[in-house]
Structure formats: structure tokens, C-alpha cells
Write a new protein. Structure first.
Length: 353
């Protein structure tokens, strides 16, 4: 089996490594800039490059991975569906609700594999947590809470497509990192989020841009043009799951000392599970009088490998993959837009469509 790749950024490199680790050849790469596609192909040892989707008409390329900015996902997915390709897309799935609904409807009868890369589900520690919850170890669930904190966007910071709503959509923290936490909470609990209340904030909506780097607007000796950033640096969310479980989440891309720090705690009447991406090889289960610890040996890269292995085994068998598909991706799109709507009304509770 061979794979194709759309996109040439950092996450595309992770996809290439993971695919090769499970024995899948990356046969072609596409970027809308031909020179960029050529440079990536040479650097990664990919034999074919192009600036057009026709490169994937090769029947030996069974599956195409989409690693491009969010606004481009929808049109690319629909075009690949016309080609009857198996499709793996990065999150967020799409930006607009109507686009998510349309693709979800097509996906119901689509003969090929479709997947959204919520790779955190495939950590061995997360799989263990899901099995414990399914076995009733926690009892009825009551509370799910946590955070996802990063420092990547602390000023000064590079200006890129993530700040352009025409490419990234109207949100940043919620869709870029929050989508992972939200999907994980639903996957582990087995419950969808029905209602949300949210506050979102861009702490420096005006920034000075100098040589591709953003600075606070009052930075001395920086006299470049002002750029307006409308997407959020941080968000505070409350949520209600379909079984009545309460949830809360803090998101920040401007938290010092947190390179990539996701934490989730799930509490039921009988116990609490605690997991952190900073210590992803460890899972703790706290009961009333004791705490049990589980240890694993996988890593960040292997979570991609495990997800892709599930996908390509399904392709080989001609069956559906067990991981998240376009239905789950479309739901997270609608959830993110409900969060945006709530934030625009000072935190009013909004139902998820």
C-alpha cells in the first residue's frame, strides 16, 4: 500500500515518519506551491511531487493524508472523495458547521476509510484509561476537568497562518489544542458534550510585526506595521455531558513554562483517573483508600504510528477503522462553533448542534 500527502509543514514530517515506521511508502506529496513541494520531496525522499491533486489519481496510492491549514480541509476532503480515496485529515476537521454537516452526510455511505488524527486516543495509557472506565471502575461519572497549556504564542512570536482567519478560521486555542482535549474527554467518558459556556480572550489584539515576528504594540525600537489578531490566546470553558457529567477546561497558548501540557482528570463515585501529556507513559487511578499506578513505554511518535496502523490494517481488510472518523470530526467542529457563539454572548450557555 502507498500513501499520498498534502502539506509540507512540521506535522507532515511526523506523518511521513509514522507511515514509514509501519511499512507504508509515501509515494507523492502535494503543495499549492510547486517549489515547496519539490523541496519537501527531496528532503523526505519522496519520489513524486506536484501542485495539483491529479498526482493522487495513481491507483497505487490508496490513502491520502491532509496536513494543511483548517480552512482548506473541506474542499480537499470532497475532492478526494470524488477520487474514492481513503482519507486521513489533521484536526480540526473543518471550520464551518455547514461544511461539516455536508461531509458527514457524504461519509455515512462512503465506501472508503475516513479518519481524523486525534492521535492522543492511541497512547497505551489512554487505551488503559478507556478500558477502566468501560469496566465501571470509576462508577457513575460526575466530573471531567483539566487544561491544555502551551507557551508557543508568547510574544515575541512568529507570525504565520494560524493568525490568519482566512486559513485558520476564527479560533486558535480552541481548535488548535482544545479540539484534542475535547475529543479525549468524549472518547474516555463515552459521552458527548451537549452544552457549553465559554469565555475567550486575545490579550494583545494589536501587535507590531517586524521581519516576520510579532511584538507587543508598545515595544521600544519596533516600528513595524500593526497587525490585528482576532483569534483567542486563551479560553475558559464549562460543559455538560449527555449523562449530566460536569466538565471544565482551561486553554492557553501563552502560559510560561508549558511547552505542550495537557491534563485531564475524570472522577466518578468510586474513583478518579489522572493523566498528563507531560508524563504520558503514566496513568494513575485513585480510589477512596488507595492509588494504583500504571506505566507504559510508548511515546508521542508512536501514538501516530498506532493510529495509522489501525487505519492501514482496516484498508487492507476492506473494513472500517476503529478510530475517529468524519462523524467525530464534524461533531468537534460543531462543538467548537458552539464555544465561539457562547464567547460572543459573554458566556451564555449554548447547545451543541
Amino acid at each position: 500500500m502507498k500513501a499520498g500527502l498534502i502539506g509540507t509543514g512540521g506535522v507532515a514530517e511526523i506523518h511521513v515518519r509514522a507511515l514509514r515506521a509501519i511499512g507504508i511508502e509515501v509515494a507523492a506529496v502535494m503543495n499549492h506551491r510547486l517549489q515547496t513541494a519539490q523541496a519537501f520531496a527531496r528532503a523526505q525522499g519522496i519520489p513524486v511531487f506536484s501542485d495539483h491533486l491529479k498526482v493522487f489519481l495513481d491507483p497505487e496510492i490508496s490513502t491520502v493524508h491532509i496536513c494543511t491549514p483548517p480552512v482548506t480541509h473541506g474542499p480537499l476532503i470532497l475532492a478526494l472523495m470524488e477520487m474514492r480515496k481513503n482519507i486521513v485529515t489533521e484536526k480540526p476537521f473543518t471550520v464551518a458547521d455547514d461544511e461539516a454537516w455536508a461531509i458527514e452526510r457524504f461519509a455515512r455511505d462512503y465506501p472508503g476509510i475516513h479518519a481524523v488524527n486525534f492521535n492522543l486516543r492511541f497512547y497505551k495509557s489512554i487505551q488503559k484509561a478507556r478500558s477502566l472506565i468501560d469496566a465501571g471502575t470509576l462508577g457513575p461519572l460526575r466530573l471531567i476537568h483539566g487544561y491544555y497549556l502551551q507557551a508557543f504564542h508568547i510574544l515575541p512570536a512568529p507570525y504565520g497562518w494560524r493568525y490568519d482567519p482566512l486559513l485558520a478560521g476564527p479560533m486558535r486555542a480552541v481548535t488548535e489544542i482544545g479540539s484534542h482535549w475535547l475529543d479525549l474527554s468524549e472518547y474516555l467518558s463515552g459521552q458527548k458534550i451537549l452544552k457549553v459556556s465559554a469565555l475567550m480572550k486575545s490579550f494583545n489584539p494589536l501587535r507590531r510585526l517586524d521581519k516576520g515576528i510579532m511584538y507587543p504594540p508598545d515595544s521600544p525600537e519596533i516600528d513595524g506595521p500593526l497587525v490585528h489578531v482576532t483569534s483567542e490566546d486563551a479560553a475558559i470553558l464549562q460543559m455538560i455531558f449527555e449523562d449530566g457529567t460536569l466538565g471544565s477546561l482551561v486553554l492557553s497558548e501563552v502560559s510560561h513554562g508549558h511547552e505542550n501540557d495537557l491534563s485531564i482528570r475524570i472522577s466518578g463515585d468510586a474513583g478518579t483517573l489522572n493523566w498528563s501529556s507531560q508524563d504520558h507513559q503514566h496513568l494513575s487511578l485513585a480510589l477512596k483508600d488507595t492509588t494504583e499506578h500504571f506505566h507504559f513505554t510508548d511515546n508521542f511518535q508512536s501514538s501516530f504510528e498506532a493510529h495509522f496502523k489501525d487505519i492501514y490494517q482496516a484498508v487492507k481488510r476492506g473494513e472500517k477503522n476503529s478510530g475517529p472518523g468524519f462523524q467525530e470530526g464534524a461533531h468537534i467542529t460543531r462543538l467548537a462553533n458552539a464555544i465561539l457563539k457562547s464567547s460572543q454572548t459573554q458566556g451564555k450557555w449554548v447547545e451543541v448542534l
